[in-house]
Design a protein around this ligand. Sequence first.
Ligand SMILES: C[S@@+](CC[C@H](N)C(=O)[O-])C[C@H]1O[C@@H](n2cnc3c(N)ncnc32)[C@H](O)[C@@H]1O
Length: 339
Amino acid sequence: MLPNWANRTLWTGDNLDIMRGMNSASVDLIYLDPPFNSNRDYAAPIGSEAAGAKFKDTWTLSDVDEAWHGEIADRDPTLYAIIDAAGLSHGKGMKSYLIMMAVRLLEMRRILRPTGALFLHCDPTADAYLRMLCDAIFDARNFRNQIVWKRTSAAARGVRKVAAIHDVILFYGATSAMETRQVYTPHDPKYVSRFYRLEDEHGRYQAIDLTAAGERYGDSGEPWRGIDPTAKGRHWAGPGGGFPAHISKPENWDSMTTRAKLDSLDELGLIIWPKRGGGGAALQAVLEHVIGPTNDGYDSRRAAALTRRQGACRLPDAEAACPVGAHHHSQQRQWAGGA
Ligand SMILES: C[S@@+](CC[C@H](N)C(=O)[O-])C[C@H]1O[C@@H](n2cnc3c(N)ncnc32)[C@H](O)[C@@H]1O
């Protein structure tokens, strides 16, 4: 369905009422940064633009609508059993918090397109319980990953526990039809200058050994082009990290013998031969960007950067909705959210 909300709308009310008015299957991406059940009350810093704004993150049964219990029990008995179990093992506060989250996550399932994705930001207080909720709501098979966001590198050592220095982002596909694209991050320049010292028109590369430790009696232990790896207690090993982006992998690569693979690598210009003969051949391993987000520090601007990155691994023109408190500054995408 098409969205029935205007691009760049910011709502200030309860997201449950807002989502209930949104068309089913009209959203491609949801990033939510909800209350974490941290058992604290928050106030915006004095002097900040949001000064005076407050929100309570302590949950009791009086905070949750009686009607939600029945609604969850009717719509999804498995989900209700999970919430009930959390109440027994963790306590009533967790149960109330999970009821509040469950009614909203059920709405999110409804408004997400089948190809849509959900990123749920939480912390170690409730991450395990929220994962169970999401497994029940979105199907455990649609769980894509638990992204660990290291917020700080040091924290005061507790006497009875190890301090938590990370948040958790649970990533789900609305259905198995959700696909991602790779998001690349540049390497640290120090790492590049230390390990990728060679360069040609395709970029920087390093020479890596074409053999690995240990004798093999099969094809990978046989001599090739006059070099016998077995004589040195080694065997031939191919490009572990895959092919560089500018070269396509030969179609029949997986069925090739080791020595045919080496011939093929040589034809593709990926083997570095010693200039004066003698010695071993090396594989040219081209520097590629690393996959995944950088994850140092935490502030709202970084939260915005993370949201953009989550969006970037989805379709470039994806419509995004951030029903709880997420800042979203994307220029290319349609979005709407809560402030
Ligand atoms: C963990 S904070 C997120 C803060 C925000 N993402 C940021 O980086 O500044 C959770 C936010 O959710 C808001 N919130 C709590 N219940 C809500 C609801 N039912 N509907 C919309 N927002 C809600 C709170 O007011 C709070 O601002």
